[in-house]
Design a protein around this ligand. Structure first.
Ligand SMILES: *[C@@H]1O[C@H](CO)[C@@H](O)[C@H](O)[C@H]1NC(C)=O
Ligand SMILES: *[C@@H]1O[C@H](CO)[C@@H](O)[C@H](O)[C@H]1NC(C)=O
Length: 323
């Protein structure tokens, strides 16, 4: 019976036959030596070498051997899985010496139990009275997440709506925030300043870090989620939103191209405020759209991104490996 080593967030027991472990690719040769006849399946979440920016020459020098080891050891796995078609393309671009390998795609799954077990709470503390159209952005306070796109879309939206509708719009910018991380602190200040300058103070609430219960309550109550990062390698927020029957407006690149069904569970747009505000406006003009797209979103997550779908797909790759 083969023991599978799988790179994943946490150890996870897969049925009774396989165990999955967290590891980095450099461990693969050790496993090859230790278990000569076992197959190795490698779940590559995102090539490590892209996660550290190598801007200075010195840093490149230091990373070069590590990058080589990563590329070399990754190539030793019997089967390589990645979390999206997008990551598969990045993989091929990054690991030039492995261009003969076509990684298979195993989408991450959403632990739906944790969503089902929460009773959503009221949002009175976060949303002013009288608001009807609640827009939600969930992302860490990092510049690459392009949260300014959500704010700029709001400015555009103001120009498109009657003042009566506009008064009922509210944006919640919720995101992971750590005051020890300089970028988080700086970026929060930048966003706050932008809100002041655009006179959006009464229409935006910033929420820095939040509990799971708050997140689920927000998703439960909002009209749609604005997902602003470009080239996101997968992006779990769109899955969480769709499962909570909340349509997603996302940028038309990266993982959202695979998670969101355009015009069915949300909208995929160019990363510019005009296209984003046009998409938001659809939900305001046609209130039933949220419910229709919400239902389609939940069905999509259950079908393609549930723990069962994950297990089934993984099982298929494992059996393919064993014949
Ligand atoms: C899924 O969520 C439930 C409830 O929060 C938790 O008890 C369970 O351990 C989670 N499962 C996994 C695989 O993380
Ligand atoms: C971020 O959003 C702005 C518009 O607010 C857009 O011009 C820019 O291209 C976006 N950045 C990326 C990387 O998509």
């Amino acid at each position: 019976m083969p023991l599978l080593k799988l790179v994943h967030g946490s150890p996870l027991v897969f049925g009774e036959k396989f165990k999955l472990f967290t590891l980095v690719s450099a461990c693969i040769p050790v496993f090859r030596l230790a278990r000569r006849r076992k197959k190795i399946l490698f779940y590559c979440h995102f090539p490590d070498l892209l996660l550290t920016k190598r801007d200075s020459f010195l840093k490149r020098l230091y990373r070069a051997p590590i990058d080589w080891i990563e590329e070399y050891t990754t190539g030793m796995a019997d089967c390589i899985l990645v979390n999206s078609q997008f990551t598969a393309a990045v993989f091929k671009e990054t690991f030039k010496s492995l261009s003969h390998i076509d990684p298979d795609v195993l989408y991450p799954s959403l632990n739906v139990t944790s969503f089902d077990s929460v009773v959503p709470e009221k949002l009175d503390d976060l949303v002013p009275k009288g608001k009807k159209f609640l827009l939600l952005s969930i992302n860490r306070y990092e510049r690459k997440k392009n949260l300014t796109l959500a704010l700029e879309a709001l400015v555009q939206l103001r120009g498109r709506l009657t003042s009566q509708d506009w008064e009922r719009v509210h944006l919640i910018v919720a995101g992971g925030y750590d005051e020890r991380v300089l970028e988080n602190v700086e970026h929060y200040q930048e966003l706050k300043k932008m809100v002041q300058q655009s006179d959006l103070g009464q229409y935006v609430t910033f929420l820095r870090s939040f509990s799971d219960k708050q997140k689920i309550s927000l998703l439960h109550s909002c009209t749609c989620v604005l997902y602003t990062p470009s080239n996101e390698h997968f992006g779990i927020v769109p899955l969480e939103a769709m499962y909570m029957q909340c349509p997603v407006i996302a940028v038309n690149s990266g993982g959202p191209l695979e998670s969101i069904d355009h015009s069915v569970t949300g909208f995929l747009c160019e990363p510019d405020p005009v296209h984003f505000s046009e998409a938001i406006e659809k939900f305001i003009r046609e209130p039933s759209l949220k419910a229709t797209m919400g239902l389609a979103g939940r069905a999509r997550v259950k079908e393609k991104f549930s723990p069962e779908a994950f297990t089934e797909q993984l099982y298929r790759y494992v059996t393919k490996l064993l014949v």
